[in-house]
Each structure stands twice: as C-alpha cells, then as structure tokens.
Design a protein around this ligand. Structure first.
Ligand code: ZN
Length: 564
C-alpha cells in the first residue's frame, strides 16, 4: 500500500506538470501528434512458438498462417515502434503456461515483457491463479516462497504497473493501481486496467480470498473522471474481458454481442480505445461510445500470435485523440522475421533450465493407469482424474466431479515417459502431458434431474443419424447404470451420490472444468448449474492428488455399469 500511495503521488505531480506545460495560448490548427499503441493479450507464457492450432492465425479468407513465439513477437514490436509508442497488455500473460514458463512461476514471461518494454498491463484472472501475494511478487520481485529463486537471482519483478481499477479488498480499499499515466509525444495517456467482474467464477476462491471485483463500467468511469480532472484527456482501457466470434480474420468484427461489447458501449465517452482479452478471440471492432463517437474494441487472439496496433492522432491543444482519425489493425506475429536475440537467449535459458525440473517426481504408481475406456465408458485414469478434481474442490462443498474424456491426453505409464525409468515415478512433465489445457475447475449446483440430464447427454444424436458418444469420467462418489439398447434420453438409471439414490428435486454440488460448465462437448445442461465457484487449475489438482496418494494403483473402474 505504501508503494501504491507513492506511485499515486508521483502520478499527481506528473499530471500537474502536464497541465502547466500545455497551458500555452492556442495556436492555429497545430499538426496532430501521432501516437501508436501496441497491445497484446492472453500470452499465457508462450515463450516458445506455440504448436498446432495454438500457433496459427486464421485469415479472413479462411486460410491460416503460423504465428507466435516470444522472440518473433519482440522483433515485430521493434519494427512496429514509432517515435511515440506505448505497449500494453490486457492480462493473462502468465498462468496456464507451458512448462518453460510455468515451472519458474512465469518469471521468464515477466522478463520477456520487461525486455519488449511493456508500459502497463491489466490484471487478468490468471495473474491471480497463485493468489494476491504472488501477484505482488510478480509486480515487485523477490523469491517464490515454495521454490525460492530458481530462474532469476533474484527475480526483480515487472517494470510496468499491474492495473485493476475494480479490484478492491473486502474493506473497499484499492488492491492495485486503478490506472497509470504514460507520456507519448509529450502527451499524457491515461491507462485504466480492468479485470472481468466475474473473475471469482474462473479463479479458485482461496486464491482471491479477501478480494472483491466490482462493475467494470463503474470502475472505468470513475478512473476516467479522475484522469480527466488531472488534465489527462487521451484515455485507454485494458479490459480483461472479451466476446466470442463466429469466425473471421484478425481485422474482422464477427463478434457475438457479449460482455465486452456491453462495456464498450456503456463506458465513459472519455475513453478513446479499448483493448480486450480473456476470450482468446481475434476481432477489430468499432463501437460508438454513449456520446455517439466511434472507438476501437480490439482483441488479438492469444499466445502472442497477434499484436493489436492502434494509431491515434492527438490534438495538441486538447491533448485528446481525434476519434475520427483513429486507425486500428491486428498485426500477425509471423515467424519470417529474425528472432530478437535478447529474447531468444531468455527463451533458450528457460527451456534448458526447465528440463530437469520437469522431471521432478510428483507421485508414484504401482502399474500403468490408462485412459482407454472399458465397455462401460469408464477408464482407470478417468477415475483418478475425477477423484483428483473432487478432492481439489471439497472445500467448495463438491460431492461429485465429472470430466470430459477429450481432456485426458495420455496414459500414466509405470515406465515414466519423461524420466525414462521403470519404477512407477510420475513426473511433473508426465502429468502435464495428460492434463495440458490448464482448465479451471468450477463447482456448480445442479438438481438431481439436471445431473441425470447431464449423464443422458453422453449420447447425442447427430444430424446425419449417427450418435456421438462422449463418456464423462467421474469421481468415486457417483455410480450409475446405463443401457445401450434404451432410447437416447432415458438410458441412465440407478444414479447414486455417496451411496444415496439421486432424487430429481435434491441439489448436488458438481465439479467440472470450465470447458464443460460452459456447455462444451454438447453438455449444455451443465451450463444451467447455479452458484458457480471457481477452483484450482486441473493440472494442479491432478499433481496434488498424485502427491497425496503415493503408490497409487489403478482404480477398479466399477463406477459405471453397462447393461445390454
Ligand atoms: Zn482470462
């Protein structure tokens, strides 16, 4: 809090200086000042060029190009820089990261952002995955409590401020800087950061204990009013919230109306640009503010594949952006440029140092625990993951955990694939290979009827007359029977939770990952769950379970019974 006060004090002084500097008499139409803003979002520690579809950008014509990689991104930022350029992030740069970043608490990613000269970042939900103290450590530096300084000696923290205008302590006091002021071409540019107000639904309750997340528009507007009174007229919002799209290229605006559009339409007319994030989509929209003036609402996919570039023309007399002259585009981070040598050295160091740590044992098993499903649809590894997810969310009152089979990507082998030893060791890298998506666990309340409906949705008729089968993997607290010959929609019987028959009107707290609770894989009934509470990341739940259950044997796979 002392640092916060000091920064706010410095801010007031610089803003006052800006006032006096620009108090000169008006001249006849002085040339506007060009200021370029470069934004990115949801980098998620992708220091190495991301692989597969995570490393491609779909263009407007439906074709795609490879994109991303920190060293390429750094070169693109250098090439895009003009005389007056500011670089911003809309959050989720850390967390849910590949091993080379994740194993070092994402310190290499903070270093990378320091290297490319980031001026400010919003706090995203993943910045809080490991709690508020860890966010402070990312900001101010110091060694991690659990592992000490493993990467930088010591870790110096971010050179730019983390912003969260709507994040307060329970007592209402700010828990982060709401905004900062940068200067470009002699003009003060106010930058307001805002995480989504629904952050508690995508973050573990333990991680955000004592924190509150208020309405985004209210927070933006009150910060914009303060900035305006300080004489800061060009104002940018870094919003960690985004909309979904129905396809389109980087500069299309095929968004479904969602929370980001609603915020962009309602936020103060004092705001000139809105960088968004969180939904990992690409779009470049123009949205009218409440006064009817256009402003960009832009997002650059994820993993460092796009840079969102906004060119402002600022009237030196008003120090405000001339809205009609704003031009925005998403620049693809292609891999046909020379990788930035400084960042490449950093990435190589992280990858090299991660290898031995990735081989750290997180548990032991007595024999192979495979993901392959038995005729009932149940798999031994699915059972373990179901049990791990239930254990990780017991504190939220969870009674049952369900997970999608597509989220289990490999087997647990007695001979470790990464450590190369046949002694039942499970390494962190093994666990990571099995649960790589860093989905967040969520616990929702379903009625017994809804729980049955979810299980019935394991069989979905397709337009071509076939049936798509996706057998959920479940915790040991849930048992049921199903009949392959019964009609779809009434195949499931004899459902019990903790040995008690499930009744349609009773309530059950059910844990699933955020892919499923969002209705993924056609499990639309899970979306109807109420009282949603965030939990740990699936991989963390899995490794914690393996550590707590050494010499784990394959479960009996007796939770699901199939008749005929
Ligand atoms: Zn996010």
């Amino acid at each position: 809090m002392i640092v916060l006060a000091r920064r706010l004090g410095a801010l007031a002084v610089t803003a006052a200086a800006a006032l006096t500097l620009t108090g000169a008499p008006a001249q006849a139409s002085p040339a506007p000042i060009d200021v370029r803003l470069i934004g990115f979002n949801d980098f998620h520690g992708n220091l190495e060029p991301p692989a597969g579809s995570s490393g491609r950008v779909t263009l407007s014509d439906g074709t795609s190009v490879v994109a991303g990689g920190a060293a390429y991104l750094a070169t693109h930022v250098k090439q895009l820089r003009t005389k007056n350029t500011l670089v911003f992030s809309a959050g989720d740069n850390v967390g849910a990261s590949p091993l080379a970043s994740a194993l070092f608490h994402d310190e290499p990613t903070i270093d990378f952002m320091n290297d490319i000269g980031v001026n400010a970042s919003a706090v995203g939900n993943h910045e809080l995955d490991k709690g508020y103290q860890e966010l402070l450590r990312k900001q101010f530096g110091g060694c991690a409590e659990d592992t000490g300084c493993q990467f930088d000696q010591p870790f110096k923290g971010a050179k730019w401020p983390y912003l969260a205008a709507n994040m307060t302590f329970d007592n209402g006091l700010p828990a982060a800087l709401p905004f900062t002021v940068d200067f470009a071409g002699g003009v003060p540019v106010g930058v307001i950061g805002v995480p989504l107000k629904d952050l508690p639904s995508v973050t573990s309750a333990d991680a955000i204990k004592g924190l509150k997340f208020g309405d985004e528009v209210q927070a933006i507007n009150s910060s914009a009013d303060v900035l305006d009174r300080l004489g800061v007229k060009t104002i940018v919002v870094l919003l960690h919230q985004g909309d979904n799209t129905e396809g389109g290229g980087p500069d299309d605006c095929k968004t479904d109306p969602g929370p980001a559009l609603a915020i962009a339409q309602a936020a103060s007319p004092k705001v000139d640009v809105i960088f968004s994030g969180h939904s990992h989509q690409q779009y470049n929209c123009t949205v009218n503010d409440p006064a009817g003036n256009p402003r960009p609402l832009i997002q650059g996919a994820s993993f460092g594949r796009l840079l969102s570039v906004v060119d402002l023309k600022i009237d030196p007399r008003t120090r405000d952006a001339i809205r009609s002259k704003t031009v925005a585009h998403n620049e693809v981070v292609t891999r046909d440029v020379t990788p930035d040598p400084t960042v490449q050295t950093l990435v190589t160091k992280a990858v090299t140092q991660a290898a031995p740590i990735a081989n750290k044992a997180v548990g032991t098993i007595t024999s192979d625990i495979v993901a392959a499903q038995q005729p009932s649809g149940e798999s031994p590894l699915g059972d373990v993951i179901g049990d791990a997810q239930l254990a990780a969310t017991k504190s939220a009152g969870a009674q049952v955990a369900l997970t999608n089979p597509g989220g289990i990507r490999a087997d647990l082998n007695f001979k470790s694939a990464t450590a190369g030893v046949a002694d039942g060791t499970v390494t962190y890298a093994n666990a990571f290979t099995i649960q790589p998506f860093a989905n967040i666990l969520q616990t929702v309340t379903l009625t017994g009827a809804q729980l049955k409906a979810v299980l019935e949705q394991q069989w979905q008729p397709q337009p071509n007359g076939t049936v798509s089968t996706k057998m959920l993997q479940i915790s040991s607290s849930l048992h049921y029977t199903w009949s392959a010959s019964a009609p779809i929609g009434s195949r499931v019987t004899a459902i019990t939770v903790d040995g008690q028959p499930v009744t349609p009107d009773a309530s059950y707290k059910v844990t699933a990952n955020n892919f499923l609770t969002g209705g993924g894989d056609g499990f639309s009934v899970l979306k109807q769950g109420t009282g949603i509470v965030g939990g740990a990341i699936d991989l963390d739940a899995f490794t914690a379970y393996l550590t707590a259950h050494q010499n784990l044997a394959p479960p009996a796979a007796d939770r699901v019974t199939r008749t005929s």
